[in-house]
Write a protein that binds this ligand. Structure first.
Ligand code: AR6
Length: 177
């Protein structure tokens, strides 16, 4: 599914984000940037050890913030590591932190003059965020950003599995009828 947002394009695809050829891919990391399961594990496996070496030098990343490394062996030139919130029922500021994780990643891409960025469904795996709520926040943040910043030409959401893709597609239809 693809929509135009002012001068930019927002696309949803089902797939593995490690195969993306966007300027940057976003990693759903943890505050220690220590690597882990899910998309974090997949990115470090595919990108090779240089990404972890850079993460160690950076040292960490607070929840809702983002840092950048090169892409190692990935096709993407950069990896933007952001940390989404652990879902604890929804009343612990999770929505604001998830929005911030997306916004700070987009701002970092703009600051580096990157033209394209791919996001996974941050916080919806190990961190337990309900996919429909996370999709709404992720998509709305990207749409609002692209309406004001046309320097980023392409935002892709790369969803792992049909179920997650379908939920993102439903939420996108609601936001861009
Ligand atoms: N490409 C795209 N999406 C993927 C891939 C992939 N290769 N692999 C998994 N996903 P998660 P979180 C999806 O758990 O919830 C790690 O241990 C997955 O199906 O990766 O933010 C970190 O180190 C789900 O839809 O991230 C942190 O400790 C989405 O990516 C913690 O998990 C996010 O799931 C972060 O948890």
């Amino acid at each position: 599914m693809e929509v135009k947002v002012y001068k930019s394009t927002l696309t949803l695809v089902e797939g593995d984000i490690t195969n993306e050829e966007t300027d940057a891919i976003v990693n759903a990391a943890n505050t220690r940037l220590a690597g882990g399961a899910g998309v974090d594990g997949a990115i470090h496996r595919a990108g090779g050890p240089s990404i972890m070496e850079e993460c160690r030098k950076i040292g960490g990343c607070p929840t809702g913030q983002a840092v950048i490394t090169t892409g190692g062996n990935l096709k993407a030139k950069y990896v933007i590591h952001t940390v989404g919130p652990v879902y604890q029922g929804g009343n612990k500021g999770e929505a604001q932190l998830l929005q911030s994780a997306h916004l700070e990643s987009l701002k970092l891409a703009s600051a580096r003059n990157l033209k394209s960025i791919a996001f996974p469904a941050i916080s919806t795996g190990v961190y337990g965020y309900p996919v429909n709520e996370a999709a709404q926040i992720a998509l709305k943040t990207a749409i609002d950003y692209l309406r004001e910043h046309s320097d980023i030409e392409l935002v892709r959401f790369v969803l792992f599995g049909r179920k997650t893709y379908d939920i993102f597609a439903d939420e996108l239809k609601k936001l861009m009828p």
